[in-house]
Structures are given as C-alpha cells and as structure tokens.
Design a protein around this ligand. Structure first.
Ligand code: HEM
Length: 122
C-alpha cells in the first residue's frame, strides 16, 4: 500500500506543503509564540519532520527523541493538547489547500496523534 507521502509526490511535494504549513502555524496566535526563538532552518526542519511523519514518509526520529525535543516546551512553556490540536488543524487546512482527499487527511491526522503522548510528555 502506498503512503500519502508517495501519492503526493514524495519529498518535493512535502517541501511545497511545508511552505503553506509554515505560514499557517506562524500566523496562528494560539501557537506562534512557541516558534519565536527558533531560527528559520530549525523551524523548517521541525515542520518538514512533522509533515513527513504525518504523510507516512520515511522518518529518522523516534518517540523518545520527540519526547526529548518537546519536553521543555511542556514543562517550561505549557505546551498542551490545545496547542497540539491547533497544529493538527493547520495540517488539515494545508492538505485541503493541496486538494488531498478528506480520507487521506484523516489518515494523516491519525498518524500524528500516535506521537501525541511523546510530544506532550504524557
Ligand atoms: C507529530 C508531531 C510533531 C513532530 C513530528 C515534531 C517534530 C519536531 C522535531 C523533529 C523537532 C526538532 C527540530 C530541531 O531541533 O531542529 C521539533 C522541535 C520543536 N517542536 Fe515539534 N513536532 C511535533 C509537534 C509539535 C507541536 C504540536 C508543537 C507546538 C505547538 C511543536 C513545537 C516545536 C518547537 C517549538 C520545537 C523546538 C524546541 C527547541 O527549542 O528545541 N512541535 N519538533
């Protein structure tokens, strides 16, 4: 079974999606403050990892690393489910703009949700 990642066109398609996703996340008052202190390269890296994971593409990070990467955001900046859901919303809106069918968008969201306990350090 091919992943959404492959059906969208692999890495070039994800790079295009990053541009849309990036603008949405940074325009969202609910979450933009989390990204204030990150340089652009790291922001894009984070967003590319996010999308590659969401679309079922190849990834080289594991739950444990994701837990570590976000731990301080939870303990020091109060990262919680509301923020997680806001980012998921931007994912959905991005994929809608790219004309990805709703069932695949739901599949992508479900994949991201599997990382939620790690991201939120639960
Ligand atoms: C499936 C969900 C997610 C994935 C796969 C993911 C992926 C990543 C990765 C790979 C990094 C490391 C980037 C680097 O250090 O260069 C990172 C860091 C970061 N992520 Fe996420 N992320 C997810 C969810 C979220 C959410 C929901 C938020 C906030 C609303 C968030 C905010 C951040 C921030 C601010 C950093 C930088 C932390 C620091 O200062 O070191 N992430 N993320």
């Amino acid at each position: 079974m091919s992943s959404i990642y492959e059906s969208l066109g692999g890495e070039p398609a994800v790079n295009a999606a990053v541009d849309i996703f990036y603008k949405k996340v940074l325009a969202d008052d609910r979450v933009k403050h989390f990204f204030d202190e990150m340089d652009m390269d790291r922001q894009r890296n984070m967003q590319k990892s996010f999308l590659t994971f969401a679309l079922g593409g190849p990834n080289n990070y594991k739950g444990k690393n994701m837990r570590k990467a976000h731990e301080k955001l939870v303990t020091e900046k109060g990262l919680n489910e509301t923020h997680f859901d806001a980012v998921l919303e931007s994912l959905g809106a991005t994929l809608q703009e790219l004309d990805v069918p709703e069932n695949l968008i739901a599949e992508a969201a479900a994949l991201v949700v599997t990382l939620k306990p790690d991201i939120l350090n639960q």
